[in-house]
Design a protein around this ligand. Structure first.
Ligand SMILES: [Zn+2]
Length: 140
């Protein structure tokens, strides 16, 4: 997330706090973050899409170098996560075992967490992260 002013953060709070994306009513694709027009077909005929709170990892990476507001949280795990019809790039939290928890298809669930602090203004931003989850069904 780039640095946002308070007013801009407030305006996009639904996207940040609920991870609400957009579904295109013409081509039926879903995208996040929300935009005013569909990135695939250009239609402005869109509706909100609230994704399920569980999904799975498509790909992940680990960042050791980050911008200043994220320094206390390094290293940071980022994952491309499939949530229903939507794909979102999210920070992963509560990773305790990379080898077991982080692979393609591994289940994750959404959690509300501190994202960063703005030291100069004393602001703390919260938002959605994903954390490793237990599979819904066990195969025993
Ligand atoms: Zn479209």
């Amino acid at each position: 997330m780039e640095s946002l002013s308070i007013s801009r953060f407030w305006r996009y709070r639904r996207a940040h706090y609920r991870l609400t994306g957009k579904k295109c009513l013409r081509c039926e694709r879903v995208f996040y973050p929300p935009k005013r027009s569909c990135p695939y077909c250009g239609s402005m005929d869109l509706e909100d899409y609230d994704p399920p709170e569980r999904g799975e990892i498509i790909a992940w990476t680990k960042l050791y170098e980050t911008g200043t507001p994220y320094t206390p949280y390094r290293p940071i795990y980022l994952a491309l996560v499939k949530l229903g019809d939507m794909t979102a790039l999210l920070q992963l939290t509560d990773v305790t075992d990379e080898k077991k928890q982080l692979r393609k298809g591994a289940p994750v669930e959404l959690v509300f967490r501190r994202i960063k602090e703005d030291g100069s203004h004393g602001l703390i931003y919260y938002g959605i992260k994903a954390r490793p989850a237990q599979p819904i069904e066990t195969q025993e």
